[in-house]
Design a protein around this ligand. Structure first.
Ligand code: SF4
Length: 65
């Protein structure tokens, strides 16, 4: 049985792309586009999630193309 947790999800990325700082036991969720673009000339941020969290979009693989 697959463990339902962000760090076992196909959309989880186990490194920090939002900034130079690193949060322990955290990664990025790439299930949806980046959010919270503060200014027009800045980029959005990927949601940061805890490795042992989860949501209803949990997936073990990407859908077939
Ligand atoms: S928040 Fe949901 S979709 Fe994103 S990594 Fe966690 S389980 Fe996967």
């Amino acid at each position: 049985m697959t463990k339902t947790a962000c760090n076992a999800c196909a959309f989880y990325e186990d490194h920090v792309a939002n900034s130079a700082s690193t949060l322990s036991d955290s990664g990025l969720c790439r299930a949806n586009p980046p959010v919270t673009q503060k200014d027009a000339d800045t980029r959005g941020f990927w949601p940061v999630v805890k490795s042992n969290d989860w949501c209803g979009q949990f997936a073990t693989a990407f859908a077939a193309e």
